[in-house]
Design a binder for this molecule. Sequence first.
Ligand code: PEP
Ligand code: MG
Length: 755
Amino acid sequence: MTAAAAARQILTRLHDIMASRMHAQGKLDAVVEIIGEALDSEVCSIYLLREGMLELFATRGLNKAAVHVTRMALGEGLTGTLVANNETLNLAEARAHPDFQYRPETGEDKFHSFAGVPIVYRERAVGALNVQHVDPRKYEDVEIEALQTTAMVLSELIGNAELIDEEEVGATEAQTGPVTVEGLSLVSGIAAGHAVYHQPRVTIDQVVAEDIEMERQRVYRAFDKMRDQIDGLSQQAEFGKGGEHEEVLETYKMFAYDEGWSRRINEAIDSGLTAEAAIERVQQRTRMRMREIDDPLLQDRMHDLEDLANRLLRIVSGQLGTAASQGLRRDAILIAKNLGPAELLEYDKRRLKGVILEEGSLTAHVVIVARAMGVPVLGRVRGLRGIVREGDEILLDSDAGTATIRPTPQVAEAFDARFAKTKERQAAYAELRDVEPFTRCGTRIQVLMNAGLRDDMANLPLVGADGVGLFRTEFQFLVSATLPQRERQLRLYRDVLDAAGDKEVTFRTVDIGGDKAVPYLASGEAENDENPAMGWRALRLALEREGLLKAQARALLEAGAGKRLRVMFPMVSEPWEFDAAKQVFDDQLAYLRKQKKLLPDEIQYGAMLEVPALAEVLDLVIPKVSFLSIGTNDLTQFLFAADRANPKLAARYDWVSPAILRFLRRIVQATVGHNIGLGVCGEMGGRKLEALALLGLGIRRLSITPVAVGPIKELVRQVDLKEIEQAMTGFLASPPASLRDALENWAKERGIDTQ
Ligand code: PEP
Ligand code: MG
């Protein structure tokens, strides 16, 4: 009989037992008989976790009286060790192993050889399946594989028969213990919750195949689909930038088309497994092999292969959704390699407490969205997905740039204390809600907030901002499955203006494109952009898709009826673009006038200054606009030629550095004496040290993320403008080696808190 046929025979017998009406204990008893027989072993035993201890649940060959009597702690004896380490043991002489322990009640003294595999349930080792022989012998690969496959079947039984309490699954957390990872704080704040993978691992409901040919067809089809997806990935935004995408794609392709991989999966199906179980089985084997090789480069590749295997599993099982589509059941810390802004918006804000990414950068749109949602984000955590398991408890301290996974009680206690302090600080900021931000020298600084969703407006009274300095209208487009029609836009804008009451709101026309791709629009054209951020996006797209801008113009003009309306155009690079966009509004205004509709009392049009070219023609633009708002997120990426979404560049370019600050100062100087409003609406303005620098350049209006309003108000109240202006003049005339350090020291000497 071939190995596959033998394996199939075992699986068929296991399948019959699983399908029988026997109770769970009866099934376990039958399983040890089948495996014992098949491997011709004198002993076969099953241990499962109960109340934190591994308990002998079933045996063939050991004293039956030991069943439900013999118990051992994790890490104790061979069984405890293999479960604690989640590893297979294959020993010709069990006694020679340092962890060997003799249990007299089992009568196992006469057995020399030992092989054991962990039973894994929900990614955690919760038991063991062991065989023992009198003769000293090393087990063959096919025998170990038969054990591993049986362990998978047992894991299915555990799930169905509720042999293990949910708490037991949690109790094995000790097996890897607490780990603290470090990363880059992308959105500050601290949070606690349980790990949720954005793309959850697939649950395998059935391990044993009913119809092998059908399983083979299923896996063929899934491979085809996966290969198509991988071939198509090069078009997608997440792979479209970063320079690394070629390499990443090549690796993906190499794995996707790897004959060896598909052959091994087919062999596993031949042995009687379902397509899902076969993929997982092969993956387990690969994981084991990789673990033996201590090479970080290979470990990285392993992540790619895991990704791909997971993708294949999702396709074959039809479990395609992200964790958002399944809903969050408790406080969650989201784990992902990277996310798009729209993907993040799909999560339930009340349950989403934090995000940890392997990639990410400060001004990536997903990070801006998270900031707007008040969700702390830790980014650029290396090897994250190899450390965290679904459901792990996580304490995220983005302020310190760390996250502790599976914390000890002591760490949790210290965290609680920090949590309380942060709450206190927030409460102190909340007290500033009704305090107007005057500098020490008596100048009123405008502190506004950025928003993008209807819900965000609730923050306006909460943080006490002067208004909304940037309403990102594209968020509505990002969260919709289809293009939002004019009526829906109108409703949103009306609601926003109503919520703002007397306070001003500046609506920015859609800035779609770049990393804010929407599937129903622009995909054909934008996909061809090699550099989407510098491609067909924002006003460029809106001016070409005139219908889109017309609809938005009308919606805004109608929403602003009887009020003051402020409209701002993104990515204006040349003055004519501003004219063209304004013309669309003028035409719609004329139309509404003809229709005798109520019009806005006043309309102010402005431009975002985020493309450096515009700064060179300010003399031409200033006469046209009511206001200019500097978008430092895009401006810096263009000025430094550094993709704002590229994690590798995230920490390289500093806002507090001469190039960007001198550039901004020139803009401020060019507007002096003209009657236009000038402000900053990029993320830079929401950081204390950066805001201090901006005040020193003459900026008097900041539109920032809501959570930063309190801290920035506090900063403003500590500043004497003359002093900081003088300091900045000095720093920019002859910049110190580190302008950031110098400014920090300057602030510290004056007791200004910039942290
Ligand atoms: C900016 O570029 O600074 C900005 C505020 O716009 P966004 O981040 O939406 O591109
Ligand atoms: Mg921008």
